[in-house]
Design a protein around this ligand. Structure first.
Ligand code: COS
Length: 571
């Protein structure tokens, strides 16, 4: 297992190049297996899945779920030793990508089951727990759900109130209500997070993860009606004096929050691959429309403004594909900490997909708005991705604060060692910091292809800006940084752009090495467009560190709260 994180290094201004280069390869046997599986997915969805009807009925027909069971698709991400297919993370992402492009509701039902519902068992289950639950989950005889969110605990996941009281015989009595639980009405097995410490204002609550069977008295509310992904089952899940045996604690008692977070790291990555699948389908639809629809005597695709939209969607989708599969490749190579990378993928994926669906609908014109066509359904399906599995707002805060944690600790440690307050830290040179850390990292990319020198230079320049920016903000505001959300947002956006650049450069380097410059022309051009737009965004972000209207914006919002909204009227 490798302990480093590419992005965590970047927050020090250092490039742990070996994590991003060479571009991760999937073994031939796995590629062959995936081709067969992806073809089977395409055939199945074409013949058996009626997305319009699923959306209208707000339900996936029982026969479709039964076929998914027979095909073994509930077990794609479950190890072979426990009856699953044991796909690699890359393989699982690739199939999830395909399925989501074909039908978001069906894909999400499978994803909620194995990316988050059963993931805790795969990662933290004992052999006994795995043998007891995973074979049935792999066959789809049991369906899994992940029960963390509560009415008063969404982004602030640690604020959950569901409580598990330990009894004398070691079992627990579980009480509480979870909300917006995907697969809530279908699931037989729940990964549930509950407080196992008494309320204490001064102490962080201890949270424990449990595997809970429906048969022990778990109830669910009626299906919650919703905007998109209407075929999925979303319900409240209610635990009223549910007795959970001691053997069903997942991981260590009191360490459940970490279990939840690590499960969500996988969930966010699978979400990103789904957004990629949807974006690729939309691009196909947009291009078809560009060719078919004529205006002013030409197909609309010939107009510059339409070409501009297509080029942007292509480059953004390319970057999304590169980021997603660089990350799954890292995890397949044994990198343990991909928390920042997966949060970046989730944010970038959901926002890219949202732009792509919006622009595709725009290209379709009024047709895009009509319920007879799939555009509006795809738009509704895409919207949730910006919200669930961590809103993009909380994830931006997480990317920035999670990334700054390492440099922050180091600054504090070294300053403490020198008996200097943090503000006096300027005494130490950057060199001393890096030497103290002693990591095998660089400050410039060296493994990119020479053709990508411009893109690599942009990356190098802004990695240094990120490192400098982080150090300077920590020196000035160490203890206040948790409250500085404008700074967090800018820092996160820098990190997202930099990760996209690294991923595109790595994959394009591999393409050039394989096929030469002419053979890799498409990849080079897309990387070039992404790099130019990333450079513009990065320059803007750096400029805003020194000059911004953060305080004014806060005041305007505070006044709007006092005014109850928009106070003006021309009358
Ligand atoms: N991966 C791994 N570990 C993580 C993590 C992640 N993504 N996020 C946090 N952690 C770890 C921290 O490193 C910390 O570990 P240590 O105790 O070893 O230092 C621990 O978890 C507690 O972290 P922190 O103090 O930052 O917790 P907070 O309560 O402040 O909350 C966020 C952290 C906001 C990141 C968390 O509440 C969150 O992810 N919220 C979104 C919840 C969500 O995604 N809901 C969707 C549910 S499913 S649809």
């Amino acid at each position: 297992m490798r302990e480093q994180s590419f992005m965590k290094s970047l927050f020090f201004g250092s490039i742990d190049e070996g994590l991003a280069f060479p571009w991760p390869e999937t073994e031939r046997a796995e590629v062959d297996r995936l081709h067969v599986l992806v073809d089977a997915v395409r055939r199945f969805f074409e013949l058996r899945v009626d997305s319009k009807e699923i959306d209208r009925q707000a339900q996936i027909p029982g026969e479709v779920l039964a076929s998914l069971r027979e095909l073994g698709w509930f077990g794609m991400a479950i190890p072979q030793a426990f009856g699953g297919m044991g796909l690699t993370n890359t393989g699982y992402a690739r199939v999830t990508q395909e399925m989501t492009g074909l039908d978001s509701s069906v894909a999400l039902t499978l994803r909620a089951h194995q990316s988050i519902g059963a993931r805790g068992l795969v990662l933290f289950g004992t052999d006994e727990q795995k043998s007891r639950y995973l074979p049935r989950l792999a066959r789809g005889d049991d369906i899994a759900a992940f029960a963390l969110t509560e009415p008063g605990a969404g982004s602030d996941a640690a604020a959950i109130q569901t409580h598990a009281e330990r009894r004398e015989d070691g079992s627990y009595l579980l009480n509480g209500t979870k909300t917006w639980i995907t697969n809530g009405g279908l699931a037989d097995v729940f990964t549930v997070f509950a407080r196992t410490s008494r309320p204490d204002a001064d102490a962080k609550p201890k949270i424990t993860a449990f595997i809970v069977e429906r048969g022990w008295g778990v109830q669910n509310g009626p299906p919650q009606d919703k905007l998109g992904i209407r075929g999925t089952s979303t319900t409240e899940v209610i635990f009223k004096d549910v007795r959970v045996p001691a053997g069903n604690v997942l991981g260590e008692p009191g360490r459940g929050f970490k279990v939840a977070m690590q499960v969500l790291d996988s969930g966010r990555l699978a979400l990103a691959s789904g957004c990629l699948g949807l974006s690729k389908r939309l691009l196909k639809m947009a291009v078809e429309r560009c060719k078919e629809r004529r205006a002013f005597g030409r197909s609309i695709g010939e107009f510059g403004l339409i070409k501009d939209k297509i080029a942007t969607m292509m480059a953004d989708t390319w970057a999304l594909e590169c980021m997603t599969y660089l990350t799954t490749g890292m995890t397949d190579a044994g990198v343990e900490d991909f928390s920042i990378e997966s949060a970046i993928c989730k944010v970038y994926a959901s926002e890219t997909c949202w732009r792509v669906v919006n622009e595709t609908l725009q290209i379709a014109g009024a047709v895009g708005y009509m319920a007879d066509f799939p555009y509006e359904r795809l738009l509704r399906d895409a919207r949730i991705n910006l919200v669930f599995e961590g809103t993009n707002e909380i994830l931006r805060a997480f990317i920035a604060l999670g990334g700054m944690q390492g440099p922050g600790r180091e600054l504090a440690d070294v300053a403490r060692a020198m008996r200097e307050p943090i503000k006096g830290f300027g005494l130490l040179s950057d060199f001393a910091i890096r030497k103290a850390r002693g990591a095998l990292v660089r400050e410039r990319l060296t493994r990119h292809h020479a053709t990508l020198a411009r893109e690599a230079a942009i990356f190098d320049e802004y990695v240094q800006e990120l490192g400098r920016g982080v150090e300077s903000v920590l020196r000035r505001h160490l203890s206040d940084i948790a409250e500085m959300q404008y700074t967090q947002k800018r820092t996160a956006n820098m990190a997202i752009n930099l990760y996209g650049l690294a991923a595109c450069i790595s994959r394009t380097t591999r393409a050039i090495e394989r096929r030469g410059e002419e053979g890799a022309r498409r990849e080079i051009d897309l990387t070039s467009i992404f790099a130019s737009s990333a450079e513009r965004r990065l320059a803007h972000l750096v400029a805003a560190i020194a000059k911004n209207d953060d305080e004014l914006r806060k005041e305007v919002a505070t006044r709007a709260y006092a005014d109850g909204g928009y106070p003006f009227d021309v009358l």
